[in-house]
Write a protein that binds this ligand. Structure first.
Ligand SMILES: Cc1ncc(COP(=O)(O)O)c(C=O)c1O
Length: 291
């Protein structure tokens, strides 16, 4: 059976899931999206993903044509149509079809689509051995221009960072704010453990409010690990006891080397391993039932 895609109210075959070249999502990156994960017949933190989607839309004054409860059904329906219990979901709302001008008022109807498919997992050794990553020279978009808290279709900033990572054979790159503070990675949030305190940059600096980030902060608190949002620099990364990244696709993944510096003892740390195990338990047990 081929992949079924939800597109503007219908489930269509992958080959028929086409949108106009006049769609402003394509012409200008004018739209918002979510990357969501299903585990063991349940969608992880679906309500939080939908909240972020609707908030991102609100921030760009894009009116999603139906409420979040209906969007939840779109996600579940797409998963069911593809008989999935585990998988990755890409939910997208674009400004819709307009003319060649920027004016969103020329786009009367947003385009909504949802893709649900198998997830290509990170290699197992990433978790066992930890990642070697680099800092990108491309700075994070300044929040005053395009807030990184908006999960918009305009991902060029992250793509430029990712290209720098790839050039150095690294799976991820850290992105700094214009002032040189650590913001996040190109598609993941970042945490360090220093003096036994877990720290992650505040999102107002210019980072996405990651759903995994929030889950890990909750898990830390539940496990009596002090966790706080704090502004820090590359010096703090290099001298951290532990470091890890969080994201829907990556989950919780250890980092053992940054820009040639060994982090901690060069192996995934105890706290990181604990949080990986706790996160696994959480995703196995919590979520919106698909069937
Ligand atoms: C730039 C960026 N930061 C962080 C994340 C992690 O967010 P989440 O845990 O919600 O997947 C993502 C994932 O989409 C991202 O694109």
């Amino acid at each position: 059976m081929g992949l079924k895609i939800y597109l503007d109210g219908k489930l269509v075959n992958k080959e028929d899931a086409k949108i106009s070249v006049f769609d402003h999502g394509l012409l200008y990156g004018d739209g918002v999206f979510e990357g969501i994960r299903a585990y063991n017949g349940k969608v992880f933190r679906l309500a939080e993903h939908l909240d972020r989607l609707y908030n991102s839309a609100k921030a760009i004054n894009l009116c999603i044509p139906f409420p979040a409860e209906e969007m939840e059904q779109v996600v579940l329906k797409t998963l069911r149509a593809n008989k999935l219990r585990d998988g990755y979901i890409r939910l997208v709302v674009t400004r819709g079809v307009g003319d060649l001008g920027l004016d969103p008022r020329k786009c009367p109807k947003p385009t909504v689509f949802c893709i649900a498919g198998k997830i290509s997992l990170y290699p197992e050794e990433f978790y066992r051995l930890g990642l070697t990553i680099v800092t990108a020279s491309t700075r994070k978009n300044i929040p005053e221009a395009l807030s990184p808290r908006i999960k918009s279709l305009n991902y060029l900033n992250s793509i430029l960072g990712k290209m720098e990572a790839t050039l150095q054979n690294a799976p991820e790159a850290i992105m700094l704010t214009k002032d040189g503070y650590v913001a996040e990675c190109t598609g993941d949030n970042i945490f360090i453990l220093k003096d036994k305190i877990l720290k992650t940059p505040p999102t107002y600096l210019g980072a996405l409010e990651g759903v995994t980030r929030k889950a890990v902060m909750e898990l830390a608190t539940r496990n009596k690990i002090v966790c706080q949002e704090e502004v820090f620099t590359r010096y703090d990364l290099f001298t951290a006891e532990e470091c890890f990244l969080t994201g829907t696709a990556a989950e919780v993944v250890p980092v053992v080397r940054i820009d040639g510096r060994v982090i901690g003892n060069g192996h995934p740390g105890k706290t990181t391993l604990k949080l990986i195990a706790e996160f696994k338990k959480l995703t196995a047990n919590e979520g919106t039932e698909i069937y």
